[in-house]
Write a protein that binds this ligand. Sequence first.
Ligand code: NAP
Length: 310
Amino acid sequence: MLITKNGLPVHPIGLGTNAIGGHNIYSNIDETVSKEIVRTFFQQGGNFVDTAYYYGWGRSEELIGEVMKEFDRDSVFIATKGAHIRTEDSWYLDNSPEFLVSCVEDSLKRLQTDYLDLFYIHFPDETTDKSKAVSALQQLKQQGKIRMIGVSNFSMEQLKEANAEGYVDVVQGHYNLFNRDLEGEYTQYMLEHQIDFIPYFPLASGLLTGKYRLDSVLTEKQKQRPLFSEANFSENLKKIDVLHQLANQSSVTVGQIVLAYYLTLPFVSALIPGAKQPHQVISNLQAAEVKLTQADESLIEKTFTASVSS
Ligand code: NAP
């Protein structure tokens, strides 16, 4: 297992799995393909899988658990998340210590393992004291049920409260070239407190792979997202043109340039690009070998400073 520059014991390119059995997030998911994506990822040297109860209401964890049995458990780093309570037609959030303990127990069963390498509180609820929530996870850590403690989608205030006793190991948050809102106080706090940061949506849901053109046919769901909306899409593609030039110069893909760029950032520990096809994970893993020059990094920085929210 590699150790990232900030100390997380994983290969720096992980696998995001909201499309692995995530029937509540994407339509037409083929579970055979889902399992093949995870299997290919491990076979190609990947070891860091990011899942959550929310992805398919446990189905993502179950499928990953089935594939994990084909590999040595200790060679795999599995991160999952909990906080959602599913109701008949909706869900709500709960960060209470009792509920988080039950989340971990349930995830262990679905993943068919006796420890989680990392467990995140997926989203903050509105009522629980975040230091109490994290203290409950610290006890699970002492019992060996989880090895690292994470929080996700926490505001600056919530992160400080959660980390009051220094127990937070990892933060996961929305961050990509088009959404750099966390840069500044938040990233500085993580660096100062030796907290690993895992950005989610690193490929801006596929836009940052460079596969979209002005005449691409977008789904209605995509058009509703600010990144793909009529007002922003063509401007965003102009920025991505700069990435195409860099990718062509180095005979790599735009997605690989983007992932390699994040790995140069001092506050980024590892990445979890999602995938819907096995060939995508192979391409994404290869990004770990892509080296950018200082000039490449400066050009990307300059191109993407004015970003729109996604
Ligand atoms: P993403 O990583 O920004 O984009 C992934 C999508 O890009 C894939 O599903 C695929 O979609 C496309 N893609 C990936 N690799 C590609 C390649 N090599 N070539 C061409 N297209 C490629 O978005 P995401 O999967 O939604 O987010 C990443 C992970 O972050 C999730 O899987 C999940 O684990 C995590 N996440 C966490 C939270 C949280 O609240 N903590 C929220 C969201 C996501 P198409 O083939 O359809 O284009």
